[in-house]
Ligand binder design. Structure first.
Ligand code: BT5
Length: 323
């Protein structure tokens, strides 16, 4: 694995001959050749040119393709199909791994929050990042918010005007409040969702898995009602490799400096300032969403002027109160 990584780094600077590679990396020429073959087997089509080995012009959406040029310290484990990238990342956490992104082209048993089903056919971006941040377990939710910001930014760079609905849905489109029947609206069409899982010790997170499901090159028709995809919104395919690289880089940047997360989240949300109804484990809370507070709680001002701080729940955007 290390030789492969070193090879990917060396190839980023242009064609290199086998002997030069062996010298630079400090392995035998046979080991270089083996690593080249192994990258090719994994879908990274290393070319043989007169000047030496060269990277493919347009690397595929694959493990080495995503790792190539990635400006974030994650190892990438790629699967064509997997039950759930979160489940796989949890398994790897149990084996002591860290700083790793599990990516699948298709998930056969993707999960949302509260064990809800997450539909994840081939063509989406289904990824889970495993880290071991040195923070208390209670601070874990800020990582979920960081992932929502990272996902939103990657979508915006791809030309889709995404926004965040508390806590971590990434949506597109008009947020026009309740339907005629008084039910809350989803606040737009759902482009992405995030599922965070962790194990904590008394004062420190042991491992943290943040799973992002982003509908990239999919037909909304193949997804649950209320969902949309980047391809449907832009009318053109997205480059999934670049998109996930941006997402991982942004997530790494934000989680390296957690103070930046909340301000960035506030700038990208459509929830603050709205009338909301939040279904929490302790009952329904209705009022105006006035702020988000570390590590990710929603502050709601109810009609009787009470301030409620909500740590978890499903949030609906409502029509403004009677004039
Ligand atoms: C979420 O749950 O939004 C979190 C989804 C996290 C999925 C990622 S994919 C990579 C990683 N591996 C996993 O197994 N999971 C993570 P929640 O807020 O509970 O929303 C779930 C609801 O969204 C479902 O009940 C459906 O109504 C809807 N839904 C399911 N699949 C969808 C899709 N592809 N796009 C939009 N909405 C979907």
């Amino acid at each position: 694995m290390d030789t492969r990584r070193a090879l990917l780094d060396a190839l980023a600077d242009g064609p290199v001959s086998g002997p030069d590679l062996a010298g630079d990396i400090g392995v035998s020429r046979a080991a270089v050749w083996k690593a080249v073959e192994s990258l090719r087997d994994d879908g990274f089509a290393v070319e043989s040119t007169p000047e030496g080995y060269a990277p493919p012009d347009d690397p595929s959406y694959s493990g080495p393709g995503i790792a190539f040029g990635l400006d974030a310290p994650y190892t990438v484990e790629y699967h064509d199909a997997l039950e759930s990238t979160n489940a796989r990342a949890r398994e790897l956490a149990g084996e002591g791994e860290s700083d790793l992104a599990v990516v699948a082209d298709e998930q056969t048993g993707g999960r949302g929050r509260l064990d809800r089903e997450w539909v994840a056919p081939s063509g989406g971006i289904w990824a889970s990042v495993l880290t071991r941040p040195d923070v208390p377990p209670a601070h874990a939710p800020v990582h979920t918010l960081a992932a929502a910001v990272a996902t939103t930014d990657a979508c915006r760079e791809a030309g889709v005007d995404a926004h965040i609905k508390w806590p971590n849905d990434v949506l597109v489109g008009e947020d026009d409040g309740a339907n005629a029947d008084g039910q809350g609206s989803r606040g737009g069409r759902k482009l992405a969702g995030i599922l965070t899982e962790m194990e904590g010790e008394a004062d420190r997170v042991s491992w943290l898995v943040v799973g992002v499901g982003l509908n990239a090159n999919l037909d909304a028709d193949a997804l649950p009602d209320g969902a949309t995809s980047l391809r449907d919104e832009r009318g053109a395919e997205v480059d999934r490799r670049r998109l996930i690289q941006r997402l991982l880089e942004r997530y790494h940047e934000l989680t390296a400096d957690l103070d930046r997360v909340l301000p960035a989240w506030r700038e990208r949300t459509s929830t603050l300032g709205r009338r909301v109804r939040v279904d929490t484990p302790g009952g329904v809370v209705e009022g105006e969403a006035v702020d988000v507070r570390f590590p990710g709680a929603l502050v709601v001002e109810t009609d009787d002027g009470e301030e409620r701080v909500i740590h978890a729940g499903d949030c609906d955007h409502l029509r403004p109160a009677r004039e």
